[in-house]
Design a protein around this ligand. Sequence first.
Ligand SMILES: [Zn+2]
Length: 819
Amino acid sequence: MRITWAIAIVLCHLMPLPTSAQATEDYEQIVSGAEISAGPVQILTKDVQHYLSLPPEVFDRTLIWSAEVARYPADAISLAGTEIATRAVKLERQGNRVLVRSLSSGSIRTSGTERFPTDDLKMTPIDIAFANAQIGPVLLSFDVLAENSDGRILLDATAPFTSDIADYSVKGQLSSTGITPIAVDPSRSYIAQASAHPTNIFLVSHLTFMAQDQTGQDRALSVEVAHTITLLPEDPMERRRFDPRVGYFATEVLDFEGDDGSPAGVLQLALRHRLTHADPNAPRPSDPAEPLVYYLSPEIPERWRPYIRAAIEDWQPAFEAAGFSNAIVARDAPTPAEDPDWSINDASHNVIRWITQPIANALGPNVHDPRTGEIISAHILVWPDVLNVFSDYYYLLMSDLDPHAQSLPLPEEVQGRILRYAVSHEVGHTLGLRHNHHASTAWSTDQLRDAAFVAEQGSTSSIMAYGRFNYVARPEDGIDQFFPLISAYDTHAIEWGYTPNLDADALDAIASESTDQHELVWGAGELPSEVYGHFDPGILTENIGADRIEATRAGIAALQSSLARLPDAIAPSPTKGDTMGRVFDQAKERYLGSIDSVTQMVGGLTSTASDGLPTGYVSVEDQKAALTYLMSDGISGLDMFADPQLLAEFRPVGGLEGADAMARRIVASLLDPSIIRLVYTQNQLQPDRDFGVAEMLATITDAFLQDATAIEDMPSPKRAALAEYVGLLQALPLYEGDPSAEILALLGFPQGLVDLSTASLTDTGIDAAAAAELEKLVEALAPQEDGLATRLFKDVERLLGIEPDDAEETETPSGENDP
Ligand SMILES: [Zn+2]
């Protein structure tokens, strides 16, 4: 989702205005017989000509001009509903022309007043400085055709809106068809739709491009671009400064002479809808003056509509914490008979759309007022394929637990429930909420196995997590609600963002509730400034549960059951093999995702301080437990992906090697330079923890040697893991300052940590530690009898300076690592 964009409030009236319009034709004569669509700005249509009639007051207003692709060539992917551009603009009259000037240059002047001065007498020095320093580009120019006695100005919109406007060009997006657009042919282009509304105008440009395909053949390419130009509110909404303890999207601007007294600074404003009480004195919760209305587009198939309605109105209870009843409502879009001008592309409505393209996703973008962060409207896009992907996912994790998840495709009710979950999440985005991946790990195993608890709180403490379904539950727990719900964090965030008229102290009091209630903590780990989140095992996607190893064990057991019943879960059909392969591959992804969440514990940080800095390290005990788990159960669990009977059904060739590759990947992730460095630096900074790279490696080796299996008797994935481990151990002594250190610096790690990271690790004792582990492995595992040595251990022996069986075929042993 698009996050921020910014604006300059360019002061109007700096340029001299002409005293009289040089009207060239009589206004009344041109508009006579025209069809009128009336808002503050009128659109007049006469045959194929479209005119805009502007009232004088529109020149004092800031407008938002957004454009999206409305219709597109059938073979173009991901265009419908895709935003082309959104900009804040102002209109300027200059003699016989009207210019549309972009204000999006990143700054705002806020001092002293919420109003923006409209005449020179009210200008302060900073206003003058601002106007002298900044100017946005002119996006479009119209000739003035006529002016009437009310001061309305008539412009011809036909030519500008039947051309490819440079700053709103679709050329880049059209190239995804494989055909290169060259120029618009005006004779095949026209305004397909035009209507005026109380706060906006809406125009659809049908553009036909002269184009060329890849062979150089001339082609035609038609596309429709929906332009919505909205007047921003005259009374700007109350601003709320972004607080890093509550995860709202924010619009960021440079602020000169700001309210806090600083000459220049950055102001971050949380994005929120405007919501006020109908009766501010009524006991709360009470109804809003205007509820937030989300329209269901007519495109949405009938059978899914009840779930989408529920997804929207599921947010109502969260708004009660902010003092509102019935704050958010779902409505069917009006029929053409009810409102002929209603359009799904009209950016002044909140609309949920159903996009018939082969993409598995959902998105929740919005258009907002950059002066205040007010969300003007939101379009949620749902691609139906998202149901297929989540169905496989649900089957894989839940087939042991949900009697309705025994086969694929899932019953319609379960698919509908999945849709309700996905749409609620997107609605959350359009309310201003960012992801909260910290919420994935809010609940303990006991809580996740408590039927009453999860019925109320769901599988995560926020629907804005990517935590998904409650696979930690067990069949004997009697649970039948497995989905994430709008939960504790969401209610908390809505209370902070939507309770009206809160002063700074009141906002702080709400935000600080997360200090001692960990389910209210926000963490996303998504922006560069949130880099520590990447190393925090509490901030997870695609996993749930505070008890990482226990939860992962449950998730892997769930995958194992679901794979075992896969042949029976899919009805026989000519495509059964393909379906099994698809589900199997997703199971591999889920497996590695779960394992990665445990890997994240090794060298892991905790990172939920509001200043974005890490607050501590994962305990040594937990880091060791993670290592042991990964190298034992984490590897042995891979046997499920090497079941010859299962693979024979859909992947008779090449299937077995998959598990070996996964095993190698698990070891490689664990010995990744960034993890080695984290463990190393933690030990340097806190030596009394007594857990450095040597201890880390020893724990891994011990796990490999735990059941003392001879290498020949190991299952293939374990042997592959061991081979990878031995290979990486050999590389460790040679390992010097790596590129990840520079990335750490770029991402804003403290200099001390970066210095440690850029230091050559050859001086750290890691080489000796690696050699010691290699030696331990050889002693324990190298076969004693001639002829049984594997290639793997020949390499190890060579490295350690032990004379291999075939001395002539191998290189001279490295003296450096002589035992
Ligand atoms: Zn999301």
